[in-house]
Design a protein around this ligand. Structure first.
Ligand SMILES: Cc1cc2nc3c(=O)[nH]c(=O)nc-3n(C[C@H](O)[C@H](O)[C@H](O)COP(=O)(O)OP(=O)(O)OC[C@H]3O[C@@H](n4cnc5c(N)ncnc54)[C@H](O)[C@@H]3O)c2cc1C
Length: 600
């Protein structure tokens, strides 16, 4: 029983967070938002012992690794943080300096949270988990690290993040480049000075859109290698003044409640109207207003933008017109205008000066769709029709998202089943949080949960709180093993696929469908049913005694029922939405927010 293990585990856990050998109630992998909050809940809420392993030398996750120039959040700072679930006091005490905080500020914030909750003492830094095997006889996970240590734990919780394994394209000649090269997701801590350099940026996703304007300021020449033009939305970043901060703090509680109920985890009004239900003129007015306010609002203007191609096209045309307005050279503007995928079917970057950067004399957009990169030479990049001599290459080529990092954990469940093998043709999970054959394994923001299709702190907190309640439930029932039933998993995978297929996402080659990594199974990785809906499903599963999960003692999962409440709940919520049941309070809070910082 894990309650009986507690004293022993506490003893083991009380060693300094240096090399770990011992037994814990839980091992958590990763010390970003997810791992930090999970540690706090396990240790301080449940009173269990935990060891967190983190590959970096401090907390922060994404914000520890991504230190490239211009790195900042695209969720607005005031809701890109821990919510009142962690602490109302912290919300009141912390003041963000910009509407979209830059990386150093977010990292400082996360460091502050670590200090405040004394988290570092249970985190072993500079330590990478390289293997985790479930032992059916003891019902424990044996977790191995790259420094040769092994610990065991009843629960294994992945907090490795969706975007933490860099994707470095395997261009011929890559390693023979004699200049400097960097991946934006593993940026040097002491920064990079581009002054006097000829620089190539490969990639034009969210990261490049942030980095390019900053690099252009320093470099003598900048080549931006674009394979796919994106729908970049106006960011509208600006300093937060004291008045903004005060107003937001006065209704923080409602803001967070709204984020938990809306589709993308943003406190934006998501009106029930469709794009075709309004006149062309009115639609244009709504788009302009959203654009001027900045941020992801444009994506929430109409309910059918992601499900109706004609509705979508109205937004696509609107963005292309904004590109033409900003970029002086019509050929460059056209090259920057996406024509091969619908709006918002690839993660839209937020831009603060990106388009205008192409009006600079020292910046050239290189079309590698027309003439692909053939080779990295010792001195630059050779495409199908030219050679570019550069001193520095910046790979802004994203991540092996959602599954890449999970697979690197080397997780083996019952009968040695390897997670990567089980998921060879795409993820199979129940609720995106657990998977059959892997008892007591939880995946925070795992594939097939809303994860990257949301404002992530909201989804992270929801998963951590759900896991916390689940562990509490097991303890109260005298159980120590939980695992999804195969029938429940199959049902969720079908449901996940059906919901995803009803959207326009399959029409794009995006990392959301795994298209950026050669050989990766094509699958809609995030759950598309919406944050609010998903939360209600998870709550219902828990309320029905963890419907679809089997549980037991000493490693076996002897009992469990599956009534299929997840899909039934989804159907009921979908019907409510179709019937136009909207929440007036969401519109109200959105209006309040619009009246202050988000007015742009
Ligand atoms: C540049 C950038 C901007 C972003 N902006 C936003 C935004 O505006 N809004 C939003 O909602 N989301 C954003 N995201 C997504 C972001 O990843 C999440 O918001 C959030 O930070 C994820 O936190 P996490 O703790 O789940 O994962 P991470 O922050 O990725 O942390 C995971 C940690 O796990 C560690 N780890 C991984 N594997 C191992 C291992 N084997 N052993 C030990 N440690 C391991 C990693 O070192 C890392 O520190 C952004 C992502 C990037 C890359």
């Amino acid at each position: 029983m894990f309650s009986a293990e507690r004293d022993q585990a506490h003893q083991a856990g009380s060693q300094a967070a240096g090399a770990a050998t011992g037994e814990f109630d839980a091992v958590v992998v990763g010390a970003g938002f997810s791992g930090m909050y999970m540690l706090h809940r396990i240790r301080d809420t449940l009173g269990l012992s935990a060891r967190v392993f983190e590959a970096g030398d401090d907390v922060g996750g994404t914000w520890y690794w991504n230190r490239y120039p211009g790195a900042r959040c695209d969720s607005e700072s005031y809701f890109y943080s821990f919510s009142d679930r962690l602490s109302e006091d912290l919300l009141q005490e912390w003041t963000w300096s910009e509407r979209f905080a830059a990386q150093p500020e977010i990292l400082t914030y996360l460091g502050h949270v670590a200090d405040r909750y004394d988290l570092r003492k249970d985190i072993q830094f500079n330590t990478r988990v390289i293997g985790a095997d479930y032992d059916e006889t003891t019902g424990r996970w044996a977790v191995r690290t790259d420094d040769g240590d092994q610990v065991t734990a009843r629960f294994l919780i992945s907090a490795v993040g969706c975007l933490s394994t860099t994707n470095l394209p395997d261009f011929p000649g890559r390693d023979g480049f004699r200049g400097d090269w960097y991946h934006t997701g593993a940026w040097p801590h002491d920064g990079v000075d581009f002054t006097g350099k000829r620089v190539a940026v490969i990639g034009t996703g969210a990261t490049a859109v942030q980095a390019v304007p900053e690099i252009a300021e320093q470099a003598t020449r900048l080549y931006v290698f674009q394979r796919t033009a994106n729908f970049d939305i106006a960011g509208g970043n600006r300093p937060m003044d004291a008045e903004d901060g005060k107003k937001i703090k006065s209704y923080y509680r409602e803001i967070w409640q709204t984020t938990r109920e809306t589709g993308f985890g943003f406190p934006y009004d998501t009106p029930g109207r469709t794009a075709r239900s309004v006149s062309d003129q009115e639609r244009q007015r709504i788009f302009v207003e959203a654009w001027e306010r900045g941020g992801f609002r444009l994506g929430t203007t109409f309910s059918d933008l992601l499900s109706d191609i004609e509705a979508n096209d109205t937004a696509a045309q609107f963005v292309r017109a904004r590109i033409r307005e900003q970029v002086k050279d019509p050929d460059v503007a056209e090259l920057l205008s996406p024509r091969d995928h619908p709006f918002f079917t690839k993660r839209p970057p937020l831009e603060n000066g990106y388009y205008q950067t192409f009006n600079r004399e020292n910046v050239t957009l290189v079309d590698v769709r027309k003439a692909p990169i053939q080779e990295i030479t010792a001195t630059g990049i050779r495409t199908g029709d030219a050679e570019y001599e550069v001193d520095t290459i910046v790979y802004a080529t994203g991540f092996d998202a959602m599954t890449g990092t999970l697979f690197k954990l080397g997780i083996r469940g019952r009968q040695g089943l390897d997670l990567a093998e089980k998921w060879a043709e795409g993820p199979r999970s129940y609720l995106g949080i657990a998977t059959h054959g892997f008892p007591n394994l939880f995946m925070i923001t795992g594939p097939q949960s809303p994860s990257v299709m949301s404002n992530m702190p909201v989804s992270i907190e929801q998963h951590v709180d759900w896991i916390t309640d689940c562990l509490r439930h097991l303890r109260s029932k005298g159980l120590d093993t939980i695992e999804p039933l195969l029938a429940a998993e199959d049902d969720w995978v079908d449901h996940h696929n059906e919901v995803g297929a009803a959207t326009l996402l399959p029409m794009a080659n995006s990392w959301w469908v795994g298209a950026n990594v050669p050989g990766k199974p094509r699958h809609i990785y995030p759950y598309m049913g919406g944050v609010g809906t998903y939360r209600r499903i998870c709550d219902e599963v828990a309320a029905r005694d963890y419907d679809g999960f089997g549980s037991g003692s000493s490693g076996s999962t002897s009992s469990g029922e599956f009534a299929g409440v997840a899909r039934a709940k989804h159907a009921a919520i979908a019907a409510e939405v179709a019937a136009g049941v909207t929440k007036p309070e969401h519109a109200e809070i959105a209006a309040k927010v619009a009246g202050s910082v988000a007015a742009g």
